[in-house]
Ligand binder design. Sequence first.
Ligand code: COA
Ligand code: AMP
Length: 642
Amino acid sequence: MTSAYPEIYQAWKNDPQTFWGKASALIDWYKPATKIFDPEQGPYGRWFAGAECNTCYNMLDRHIEAGRSDVPAILYDSPVSGQKARFTYSETLEQVMRLSAVMQDFDIQKGDRVLIYMPMVPQALFAMMACARLGAIHSVVFGGFSADELAARIDDATPALIIASSCGLEANKTVSYKPLLDKAIASAKHQIKHCLIHQREQCRCELITGRDHDFTELCEQAAGREVPCTSVAATDPLYILYTSGTTGKPKGVVRDNGGYMVALAWSMGALYDIHAGDIFWTASDIGWVVGHSYIVYAPLLIGATTVLFEGKPVGTPDAGTFWRVVAEHKVKVLFTAPTALRAIKREDPEGKLLHQYDLSSLEALYLAGERADPNTLEWAEQMLNRPVIDHWWQTETGWPIAGNPRGLGILPVKHGSTCVPMPGYDVQVLDDAGHPAKTGELGNIVIKLPMPPGCLPTLWQADQRFHEAYLDEFEGYYKSADAGYMDEDGYIFIMSRTDDIINVAGHRLSTGSMEEVIAGHPQVAECAVIGIADKLKGQIPCGFIVLKAGVTQAHSEIEAECVERVRDQIGPVAALRTVLTVNKLPKTRSGKILRSTMQKIADHEPWKMPATIEDPQTLDDIRDCLHQRGIGTCSEATKPAA
Ligand code: COA
Ligand code: AMP
């Protein structure tokens, strides 16, 4: 079959407004847009200006009104708790209305922020949808973050209510959320008056009288209460999702209602080939954008069934768990991060567990979140004998920038490439001076403004920061901060970041924020953190410290304290395990730390002594230090000179 993609992409390019105007028919509106795109609003314009809608209505009520009440909306499968549950569209609406009623009793109104700190449980989805129903703006915080990160989000979003679970369940331990929540609330400047606590049997927590309220009890009391959907402007925020920036202060990515719904609904058919009634499983976490868009919003917007999986690719109980879920729930499309596949491959390289299951329902596997290494991708293709599709996007965009639009007719797969840009995205590659790079030449990947519907219109109460972070460097373009190239067929290859972001097990983290934390150690004079290659997690952070003069404390003790500080102040998910003491950091004569050369040394890549280096000995020291710890230094390029 030839793909309709070239024609559709061209149709968008010729007339973006007509394209998105037509796509907007996938959504029910209370009031249509007065302008499909209004270039006068916001930092670069706004989509569906003048329109009114409600996202929860589009996810639940309209499917029920269309007679699909008994279709499953959520299939909860939790090997870590041993629980499974199934919620039809009408059962989901009942739960969402109860919670909306409870939130109304706490006086939550349109535009109020609600912070959600919950693991992969159905109640978290109900909370997100209840916010959408009331026009409140949710901000979900990933469970693997520390109390400090939670406090930073509380202070930035200034929520009127927090909805939290008592604990999360990891493969081999229970993580109590409540002590982290209490610590965050105590240290935040913004005062929290009310918390709704969802008590899990695995670890119930103490409730603070007056502030904490029992989620389940209040929802049960609200049974049967009807809460209508609040009409909001298409351009009103649906949520804020914090992501790593280049400083310790996370960026509050804002998502609107109307444009997001249109883009997600369009992507489900065209990119994933998923339609009403299909079973779609995104194995990620609701704390990340992938979870927001493709566990929660997109599947329900189009009337499909979403699988909510609370577990890990390995260890819950084994590397066959993903395939068990696919077989049991008849999943049509699975979407996960390459790290998850690497973990499965490591434990079940020959697919012995995989072959135990009937995977006949599965049509394709999608990967995103980090670079998909061709080895892993080929392994998955061989094991599954189905298309394995790498696609590229960011928290900022909310939906894929580039991918293989299977719903329009699959294009040839090229390993190492995230395929072609989706309609809405005019992707270009520029050199550092802003000139177009040649075909095949590495450069800065940018998107010509305006960004399509669904992408961030700005950062939460930080238009200036939005401009500085994304728009100022290449005028007229959004800077993705990814480096890569395009080939002669227009296929995109994403190679690395141009900033300090690293990708650890598909989790986006800033080495700059880790440096801020380590620099706070009283004995540390200066430090650098780089991302180094890791077979399982893609990248892991590695820290280098220079101690203050006269420090007598054992170096190993200080290094361990730095590791602990990052775990405590950022969270276990940062996965910083190695900190090494050196005499001096390698710097240019103007004082810039040579992080990328350090990274090349650690990753066994060829490197050259930079002409501007202040003291060549410092790089030799880094090399020796890594060598002594068995990190890097195995290749010719990095072998210490004889
Ligand atoms: N709540 C609390 N703690 C969490 C957490 C959460 N939601 N998620 C991770 N953590 C903790 C882990 O328990 C671990 O703690 P530890 O240092 O005490 O052991 C730490 O954070 C690092 O976790 P993780 O990166 O998950 O590493 P792991 O070694 O436990 O597991 C994998 C390795 C490959 C199985 C796991 O990283 C994985 O499933 N990756 C896929 C990620 C993914 O789907 N990303 C989606 C982005 S699209
Ligand atoms: P996040 O905002 O957490 O979704 O992370 C976005 C970043 O992850 C991107 O800017 C890329 O650096 C990286 N990324 C996401 N998907 C891919 C992919 N398919 N290939 C390479 N890198 C990716």
